[in-house]
Design a protein around this ligand. Structure first.
Ligand SMILES: Cc1ncc(COP(=O)(O)O)c(C=O)c1O
Length: 416
């Protein structure tokens, strides 16, 4: 009789693991009603919830300035404009990330250039960045994949050597730390998503952080209709842009979410560390070797590795089907295939496909020729991930995950 649930056996996990996300209580209810009853629904200016959130969030991430906006995608676009990226400029971005880390460049008619990732962290490789730099490179986007900080020491060395600004895409990494400094303020700009699934959730929303005064001015103006807070003539609206402001109601929810964030980070870290210990004894399942410079690891999803040769040669996708059938929600992390494989990129050519219509790029633009071997290998055969709300449960949840993986491991014959 079959043992594995995928073949009709009993599941190991028969109840939901972790917590349902997002989490809220009367704190959010009170904050929302407060905004409603105040009649101050516009987030501009001192004393608003948006203003308060910008300050609280920036301080929490060791940054001088925070400028809220309406999504993480927009935060990335604002960031590119913040460092003056223009049409035809090249922007280096990792191959393994969410689509928006690359499409942010397309939106302003800049050219995404994909760099391969480091097999130990799944983050953009500093060496690959350096080989992708040309005289047109105007920004480098670094994604802290899943929440695991990229090697900011090496990345800042490359940035300083070539004088190219770093935009940290921190959509997964709220509260993570590299050598004691929170991500988002180590590079020139940090861009965060605050949509409903993220570890600080406002429904939709984003924020950019910076320590640089001049960049802050650009970021602010681009976010808010070309307004510039310090400009004496308030009628001047430069650059040409739109309204990307965060709604006041969103900021009220975000401030409430932040009040329980530290506890959640601790709970997750305690649980995934326990899980990592338990998984070490299972052949073919390999948690990351944690770099000691990662002083705080706040996750959106927890990435780990599957090694087919050590798992009785069962392909990763077969394992994934079997473990999902046992009731363990597990995925591939990094949002699936390398971004350049998306049909949007596969069909772009300079000069005749929206959004790239920049006629003087003068270089072949053909993403069908791009191939990043590590990103491909990781995506096809190796990456596994578990999402952050699962780690908000207790130790028993982790034990169930370990038990389910061990069960699949001992019954690989059923998967052949
Ligand atoms: C790495 C990364 N960057 C940017 C974004 C875009 O954020 P948003 O969905 O808030 O626009 C996401 C969203 O999942 C993301 O994962």
């Amino acid at each position: 009789m079959a043992k594995l649930a995928i073949n009709g056996g009993e599941k190991v996990v028969t109840r939901p693991l972790g917590k349902r996300w997002p989490i809220w209580d009367e704190t959010e209810e009170k904050a929302l009603l407060e905004v409603l009853h105040s009649g101050r629904w516009w987030g501009g200016g001192e004393g608003s919830k948006v203003w308060e959130f910008e300050n609280v969030f920036a301080e929490y991430h060791n940054a001088k300035y925070g400028i809220a906006t309406n999504s993480g995608t927009q935060a990335l676009i604002n960031a590119l404009k913040g460092v003056n990226v223009e049409p035809g400029d090249e922007v280096i971005t990792p191959a393994l990330t969410f689509f928006a880390s690359a499409t942010c460049a397309l939106f302003i008619n800049a050219i995404p250039v994909f760099a391969d990732v480091d097999p130990n962290s799944y983050n953009i490789s500093p060496k690959a960045i350096e080989s992708a730099i040309t005289d047109r490179t105007k920004a480098i986007i670094v994604v802290h994949n899943g929440g695991y900080p990229a090697d900011m020491d090496e990345i800042m060395k490359v940035s300083n050597k070539y004088n190219i600004p770093i935009i940290e895409d921190c959509a997964h990494a709220h509260g993570s730390e590299w050598r004691g400094t929170r991500v988002g303020a180590i590079g020139h700009i940090g861009a965060f998503s605050l949509m409903a699934g993220k570890s600080i959730a406002g429904g939709e929303g984003g924020i950019v952080l910076t320590n640089h005064e001049k960049i802050r001015e650009n970021l602010y103006a681009y976010m808010d209709m070309g307004r510039w807070t310090e400009r004496p003539d308030k009628s001047i609206r430069l650059p040409m842009t739109s309204n990307f402001r965060m709604p006041e109601f969103t900021a009220a929810v975000l401030l409430s979410q932040m009040s329980r964030f530290d506890d959640q980070v601790q709970t997750r870290e305690r649980n995934f560390s326990y899980l990592a210990e338990g998984l070490k004894t299972i052949d073919g399942i390999e948690p990351f070797e944690r770099d000691p410079r990662v002083t705080r690891w706040s996750i959106y999803y927890w990435n780990f590795k599957y090694v087919q040769e050590k798992f009785d040669d069962i392909p990763r996708d077969k394992f994934l089907q079997a473990i999902n059938a046992e009731g363990v929600p597990m995925g591939l992390g990094a949002h699936g295939a390398p971004v350049y494989r998306n049909p949007l990129f596969q069909s772009i050519t300079a000069g005749n496909t929206w959004p790239i219509k920049y006629p003087t790029y003068n270089k072949p633009l053909d993403y069908t020729k791009v191939y990043c071997p590590e990103a491909e290998r990781i995506y096809r055969t190796e990456s596994l991930s578990i999402s952050h709300p699962i780690f908000l449960g207790d130790r028993e949840d982790m034990d169930l995950i370990i038990e389910a993986i061990k069960k699949v491991r001992s019954n690989t014959d059923e998967l052949r």
